[in-house]
Ligand binder design. Sequence first.
Ligand SMILES: C[S@@+](CC[C@H](N)C(=O)[O-])C[C@H]1O[C@@H](n2cnc3c(N)ncnc32)[C@H](O)[C@@H]1O
Length: 216
Amino acid sequence: MLEKMNEFFNKRIGGYEEHQLYVIEGAQEFYPYTASCLPIWDSTEVLDLGCGTGLELDFYFKRNPTAKITGIDLAEDMLKILKNKFSDKELTAICGSYFDIPFGKECYDAIVSVESLHHFTKEQKSFLYKKTYQALKHNGYLILTDYFAETDELECFYRQELMRLKLEQGVCDDEFYHYDTPLTKTHELEVLEEAGFSSVKILAEWGATASIKAIK
Ligand SMILES: C[S@@+](CC[C@H](N)C(=O)[O-])C[C@H]1O[C@@H](n2cnc3c(N)ncnc32)[C@H](O)[C@@H]1O
């Protein structure tokens, strides 16, 4: 059964971090790696899209304890853990969808997203990446660590399966449901370039997961 995105993650809070860190191939490396790509100067302003309980922030705050983080997530229970973990840090946690919450213009040094954006279509990402681009300061950048479909056929298959399941279960089309529909890396890079980023590069890969850097 498809579950609404926030309900899916709220229900799986118990054991969530262990699952992410020990079940996903490469996670022991890609969380610290993602954090190592973020700026380390004092009071850096970073926006985290789909921050969850902040696994990437565990590593980032160790490198840059003065960073000012804004984290957006749909799942309120994930954010409760995040806020408890980092009560002594400069952290603003916003419960809502990163498609709806305004990011502002030219206010972040970097934007990061880990294992959150593989639920959305090219069209949705096009909108989000344009918004991301506008929210970055001059020379700011996005670090996207996520997993990708291996082939065009698989990308199509996941999308069609989601549509089939929605139809079968009569679920409303304009809500977010948890079902993984990753793009291929080629399509992801295309959407980022179309959003205006001047340099878009794959930095590292671990199985199906890759880190991409897109510079404004
Ligand atoms: C697999 S978790 C990743 C969390 C964290 N970045 C990490 O790697 O541990 C995906 C997160 O994305 C959030 N998410 C999914 N769609 C979202 C949306 N449209 N707006 C905000 N958060 C969203 C989910 O609620 C969930 O907490």
